[in-house]
Design a protein around this ligand. Structure first.
Ligand SMILES: [Fe+2]
Ligand SMILES: [Fe+2]
Length: 332
């Protein structure tokens, strides 16, 4: 009551008579207090016990605590535990006001900093998203791939991820960690490296000869390079998936793919999924040099590649999802 009297002109003061009451108040509070004044000596729960509970709770641990101490309390120990300051009994009103004012100012300062960092991070993420979206548009505008192919492959990837997570497959946990929606977004960039392929090869009507095909294959590496220039792939899951998919979507499960000849689980999961979506769509759609295959035949070809070109678990998932895949292909 004395403290309230000292502080009430400058601050809104909430009072709790013991630790339990304080916790109930804090856990139900819409707005967290800027500061807590906590008496070491309290009935039921000591100030130190309450302090330890506060520090263990994510939503409460950042509220600064000033301890109210009597002469024989161990201030060093409380400081070491993370208390920001002390007010000694008996209270000297001027000193109480100054200490509270200092700590509230510090707290405001650190809250502002935290918010600025959060805003900057959101800004950087938005910029990256825009850059990647811009690149996806370039793919479409340069006739590298049709916008429909890009959209369909994303939808197959989404269907596969949903199924694999929902069916609690062996990949459910990994996909949750990798954040499946980000893999779907990254799929739009799988052939971005083709930006760097000369038109005479890229737009050639008909099959490529060996030398041309060798150049075409470099779109995987070019894609990795383009993504790498946008930022550090270790700092963004989105960039990480883009790079993995660009570089790895022509790898084969048996190690006979390109560019690295990676095998099985060494190929990033996102790239293994991308490969199935990409090949399925290539099979069921007409290209300049080939007719579209019936959906059933496409599934048979995919099944033949089980464990050779494709991851067996993912192949089985595509077979299970064949009606959904066909639906996507027909509709988009
Ligand atoms: Fe490709
Ligand atoms: Fe593709």
């Amino acid at each position: 009551m004395i403290l309230e009297e000292i502080l009430k002109d400058e601050y809104r003061v909430a009072i709790a008579n013991n630790g339990k009451e304080a916790l109930e108040y804090l856990r139900g509070a819409g707005e967290m207090p800027k500061i807590i004044l906590l008496d070491v000596m309290m009935p039921e729960m000591t100030g130190r016990e309450l302090f330890d509970i506060l520090k263990a709770e994510e939503s409460l641990r950042r509220i600064p605590v000033i301890f109210i101490t009597a002469e024989n309390d161990s201030e060093d120990e409380l400081l070491a535990a993370g208390a920001v300051d002390f007010i000694n009994k008996p209270f000297v009103p001027r000193r109480v006001k100054l200490r509270v004012r200092n700590q509230v100012a510090l707290k405001n300062y650190s809250d502002n900093l935290e918010q600025m960092v959060a805003e900057k991070t959101a800004e950087a993420t938005a910029t990256l998203d825009n850059a990647l979206q811009g690149l996806a548009n370039v793919i479409e505008h340069r006739d590298i791939e049709s916008g429909e192919h890009v959209k369909r492959t994303q939808l197959y990837v989404q269907a596969l991820c949903n199924y694999l997570i929902g069916a609690t497959s062996v990949y459910a946990g990994e996909l949750r960690r990798l954040d499946a929606p980000t893999i779907v977004k990254a799929m739009a960039l799988h052939d971005v490296g083709k930006i760097a392929i000369p038109d005479r090869i890229l737009l050639k009507p008909g099959r490529l000869d060996d030398e041309e095909f060798a150049v075409m294959k470099t779109h995987t590496l070019r894609g990795k390079e383009i993504i790498g220039e946008l930022g550090d792939v270790n700092s963004s899951l989105y960039l990480r998936h883009c790079e993995d998919i660009c570089y790895g979507h022509h790898e084969r499960y048996d190690g006979k793919g390109y560019p690295q000849g990676l095998r099985g689980g060494d190929i990033p999961l996102s790239a293994r999924i991308a490969s199935l979506a990409d090949v399925y769509d290539a099979l069921v759609c007409a290209r300049v040099y080939k007719a579209a295959l019936p959906y059933r035949d496409a599934i048979s070809i995919i099944q033949e590649g089980r464990g050779a070109q494709f991851d067996p678990v993912l192949t089985d998932a595509v077979v299970t999802l064949q009606d959904e895949f066909e639906d996507i292909a027909r509709r988009h």
